[in-house]
Every structure is written in structure tokens, then in C-alpha cells.
Ligand binder design. Sequence first.
Ligand code: CP
Length: 321
Amino acid sequence: MSDLRPPAPPRRHLLSIRGLERDDVERVLETARALAGSLDREVKKLPTLRGRTVVNLFYESSTRTLTSFELAAKRLSADTMSVRSAGSSVDKGESLKDTALTLSAYDPDVIVVRHPSIGAPELVARNTAAHVVNAGDGKHQHPTQALLDLHTMREALGRLEGLHVAIVGDVRHSRVARSLVQALDLVGARALVVGPPTLLPRGIEALGCAVSTDIRAIADADVVYVLRMQAERMGSGEAYVPSLREYASSYGIGPERVRRGQVVMHPGPMNRGVEIDPRVADSGAALVTDQVRAGLVVRMAVLYDLLTVAAVREPVHAELA
Ligand code: CP
């Protein structure tokens, strides 16, 4: 007998900023802002995603992204579990596809994937009925980082449209930079990437940014966004800078390079004394802990958006009232 049920609508995923429209970004940021109020309550848990299951599948080290997705799922009353590649059957040679099929047998609603290989979250999305969120794939994309950075900027500076953001450092190996440039372009902000020629990938302008090798170009920016030197993505024997000391001197963000009124951001983890001087990292200009706090509400908003908005399109404010 033929199956007369209508086909299930395709699952929405969050794999790349490129897959979003401005409305999508605005909706997630509005939801995050509404959810932020719940963090100040004595009882912080909301019943919104009760009965839902969120699986975190992490093949790379993480502190911020993993803990914030775990806590975001818990704060929304979802069941959650985290699988790290070390100590799992990945150690025994299980492929990403088989791991995705195995975890999908538990009928999760969302799988959050971090992987050193570009495209790994797409592969998981092809092998599961769950929504998939890219939590960082190689040097390709880290869309929830970009969304939490937009939220942080908007809360700190009151706007995104017209904001001037200088992204400084190891752009070549940075998924954070690629996602953020695209996200800034989407919301009408200006992005400038700054770094030594060896750390600026050819053609990065095509993502929607200006480029400079002159560190003095950051002077006009509202936001100085400092990137980590990503040694784990540099092959052994590859030298992109003469030395870390020289890099710190030429491109490190110290107090003398931050003008009054600028704010400084860093996605973490920070290499203090390399790309950022501790006096800046610990100053009132730094929004680093605001970014971590934003990570929780924005990831709550992303889970909420994927699991409820497509179905009901109700503003989150009504539910939280
Ligand atoms: N910014 C960021 O992705 O941090 P983690 O590697 O700690 O998750």
C-alpha cells in the first residue's frame, strides 16, 4: 500500500551565516534579548523545550560553545547529552556518518556539531532527521559565534546598522572571522579585516569586508575584534609570522592601540600577551565576558528558533510573559 501521508517539511538547520536572511538574524537577536531577562530570575529554567532532546557532538576542544549549548538546552528544559570524540567509539574508528546514524536512533531534535573538517555538519545533516547546528567546522563557519557577537555589539553600543568593526589578526585560519564578516554585512555594519599579509586569505573581500595590513587602520573602528592566533590550524613547519613576540609588537592589541570610546572583543580562548595585552583584556573596554553571557542566550534563542518558530511563528515574548 502506498504511503499517503504528506512528506515531512525539510528540517531547518543552522550551518552557515550564508543560509540566513536579515530577518532571521533580527528574529534570533530579538528572541535572545527576550530570553536574557530569564537569566536575572531566581528560577532560571523555562519549560519551552520540555520533551525535546539536544545532542552535542564535539570532535574538537571547546569550553564556551559546548558549555553554553548544554546550559541553553537545560535552561529551556530540554534533555541534553554531550559526546566528545575522545572516549567515544570515534576512538575505535567509527566514521562521522555512522556516529550520526547511531545518535539519530535516539530521535534527537537537534544535533550540535563541532568538527575540525569543513563540511562535517552538512554531512551529519544528510544523515539525520534532527535539526543540525554548526558549532564550528575547521576554518569555515561558526555561525552561533557571529550571532552572539552581534547580540553583544547591539547590547553594548545600541545599534548594528552602520557600526564599524575592525577584525584583527589571524583571519586566514578563522571561522569566526568568516562568519562575522558575513553577519556584519547582512545587518548593514562595516567590516574591516586587518593583519599581516600572510594571515589575510586572498579574496576575503568577496565576503563583504575591506582589508588592510596597517594596524593603524583600526583607529576609526567602533569595535576592535581581536582574533586568536590559531596554532592548531597551522601545519607544523609553517611560519606565518617571524615570531609571536614580533607579531605581538606589530599587531597585538595593547592599551596604546585602543582609543577612548572603542570596545574590544575576543571570541576566546585568549592568548594573553600575543594577540591581546592583559591590560586591554581586563579593562572596561573589553566585552569578553559579555560575549560569553551572550553565548548562552543566543544559543537558547537558536534552539528555540529551530524547534518552534517554523511551526508556530509566535513571538517569544508572549511565551515568556
Ligand atoms: N569561541 C569559541 O568557540 O570558544 P570555544 O572553543 O571555547 O568553544
